[in-house]
Design a protein. Structure first.
Ligand code: B1M
Length: 209
């Protein structure tokens, strides 16, 4: 079994205690941190999702796999995030109301922060009122980043963008997450969309330039 396969197996089996060591071994062996993340960890979460969909595993197993992924990302973090050279302004990020998924959002946070933004992370299940209150308290914010992982919370994303537009928020809005598409982003009036964390950082930089 290759090191990447070992990492993927540990993530999908939810082995939080061993994942850090495996990631370190993979880094020591010269493997690319992005390959470890994309193929080893994100790939494994895809498999976990498929197993859940087919009824092979249930929510607790998804949860322990998520914990293992988070433990692995912690070890990988220093290798993925570079030191920001410029201050691009403040970005407020959150997963929309009703949605508890945060692994993708956390990766986006990490990449946006290392691109040079000051990050305010409101966490998961963020209600429109919480976004608006933080925007009011942070009028200098240049960007709002919204994540959603469920088709059932896509309406909450639409509602969040509408609430911000209704309140006259000046900050640009970028959206993303597994069910979100460029077409949906345009339809709900977001300023930007990105399919993954690395392109979210690139898009974010372009949006405030
Ligand atoms: Co959930 N879940 N889950 N889950 N979960 C999915 C999303 C699902 C696809 C699984 C499946 O059925 N195949 C499915 C959604 C189906 C759908 O909507 N069509 C699903 C379901 C149904 C549910 C529940 C409803 C299950 C239940 O209770 N019956 C429930 C909902 C809870 C809620 O939110 N209200 C639920 C719960 C959970 C857990 C809590 C157990 C756990 C989350 C733990 C956590 O996040 N702390 C969990 C997990 C782990 C998953 C899967 C297996 C993995 C998600 C993940 O972290 N992926 C997922 C299946 C899958 O993704 N294939 C699944 C890795 C992560 C890096 O990817 O988040 O997509 P992702 O982020 C990507 C991109 O999307 C993008 O960048 C990242 C990559 O670089 N991105 C952005 C994300 N946000 C962005 C923002 C941007 C730009 C890009 O700009 C701002």
């Amino acid at each position: 079994m290759s090191k990447i396969e070992e990492i993927a197996a540990a993530v999908s089996a939810g082995k939080s205690k061993v994942i850090g060591g495996l990631v370190l071994e993979a880094l020591d062996a010269g493997l690319d941190p992005l390959e470890i993340l994309n193929v080893g960890m994100i790939g494994a979460m895809g498999v976990v999702g498929e197993r859940f969909k087919s009824g092979e595993i249930f929510v607790p197993e998804m949860l322990i796999a998520a914990r293992a992924m988070k433990a692995g990302v912690e070890v990988l973090k220093p290798k993925l995030s570079g030191a920001a050279k410029v201050g691009l302004g403040t970005c407020i990020i959150g997963t929309v109301a009703g949605d508890m998924h945060d692994i993708g959002k956390n990766l986006v946070s990490m990449m946006i922060e290392s691109a040079g933004f000051t990050l305010i992370d409101l966490g998961v299940d963020v209600k429109n009122e919480a976004f608006l209150a933080k925007l009011e308290a942070t009028p200098e914010a240049k960007l709002v980043a919204l994540s959603c992982l469920l088709t059932t919370t896509m309406p909450a994303m639409r509602s969040a963008v509408a609430a911000m537009r209704g309140a006259g928020v000046k900050a640009k809005i970028i959206v993303g997450g597994a069910p979100v598409t460029q077409a949906f982003a345009a339809e709900i009036g977001a300023d930007g969309y990105a399919p993954d964390a690395a392109s979210a950082a690139t898009a974010a930089k372009g949006m405030v330039a």
